[in-house]
Design a protein around this ligand. Structure first.
Ligand code: FMN
Length: 287
């Protein structure tokens, strides 16, 4: 049993690192081999949208392929991230954008257990951090078995909250139980997406739809109270199935073919914009 912690905070011994380590220590105690990666310490380049990775290995040559290999080698993942400006730190999004390189490798659609820890400074200021961090796991096919949102500001301040430390420890134990075959679902609050935890749902007639998971639930109103009834087996009704992964990749490849079919026409239309260069840059300004 190999459990990998992924930490998106640069802070050494910050709140996220401590909670992920607490979960990993428990998993280790229960027999797992544990490792951790701190994403901001790695070289991560921006996706150039060249789609080269659909056909051959990504050409950027940074540490992201290594991250995906380490994830592939692991049986479970504990992702820990702070909230930055109502969402996740950019480093997680940068790695997430590189996930297109996994699409040709259907075996990388994992269906393995994952747990999520989100830290934030202030309750109610988590914004989209939980669903955005969940997305990193879901798009790789992970099944989220537990999630924890913890509040602290200064580095390590989370240690003053024994209850939350206990929850992180419990998360480590849950990961091991899931690895031993137990079906575990995260505790979900009323009217949030049972998969990614999003509370931002689209209302369409008598259903509510999670824009991340493409999961719909029926809206029921009783005594002036709204209740969204999501399916019992939410993953099967969401976009996080292997079939959807394959279909989406086929669609992506089709868009590339379509582009080449229309390319000469597009090139003619592009000419107007190629001759117009309004860009400024720090080097140009210094000249
Ligand atoms: C750039 C930046 C942006 C932040 N934005 C938010 C925010 O939008 N909402 C919030 O609740 N906390 C926010 N925080 C606070 C952190 O999420 C919080 O302090 C967290 O515990 C830090 O975890 P760490 O110690 O692992 O880095 C922000 C912190 C930083 C540095």
């Amino acid at each position: 049993m190999r459990v990998l912690g992924i930490i998106t905070s640069y802070r050494r011994l910050g709140n996220t690192e401590i909670l992920v380590k607490e979960a990993l220590l428990e998993a280790q105690k229960l027999g797992a081999e544990v490792h951790a990666i701190r994403l901001p310490k790695l070289t991560v380049k921006v996706c150039k949208a060249c789609y080269h990775c659909f056909y051959e290995e990504c050409k950027l040559g940074d540490d992201v392929d290594w991250v995906f290999e380490e994830i592939a080698k692991s049986d479970a993942v504990v992702l820990g991230t702070p909230t930055y400006i109502l969402s996740v730190p950019g480093i997680l999004k940068m790695v997430m954008d590189r996930v297109l390189s996994l699409f040709p490798k259907a075996e990388r659609f994992r269906r393995k257990p994952a747990a999520l820890i989100v830290t934030a400074g202030l309750r109610g200021w988590e914004g989209f951090a939980v669903p955005m961090a969940s997305l990193f796991l879901l798009i790789q096919g992970f099944r989220i078995i537990d999630r924890l949102v913890a509040y602290a500001t200064g580095p390590g301040e989370i240690l003053m909250d024994e209850e939350v430390i206990g929850r992180a420890r419990e998360m480590g134990a849950k990961i091991i139980r899931a690895l031993k075959g137990e079906k575990i679902l995260p505790k979900t609050e009323e009217n949030e997406c049972p998969i990614c935890g999003s509370r931002a749902l689209e209302i369409r007639g008598d259903v509510a739809r999670c824009p991340i998971c493409d999961l719909t639930g029926k809206i029921e109103i009783s005594n002036g109270r709204i209740r969204i009834k999501f399916p019992e087996d939410p993953y099967e009704h969401s976009k996080w199935t292997e079939e959807e992964w394959r279909e989406h990749f086929e669609w992506l490849k089709w868009t590339v073919q379509e582009y080449f079919r229309k390319r000469s026409q597009i090139e003619q239309l592009r000419a107007k914009y190629a001759s117009f260069d309004p860009f400024i840059s720090p080097t140009k300004s210094r000249e």
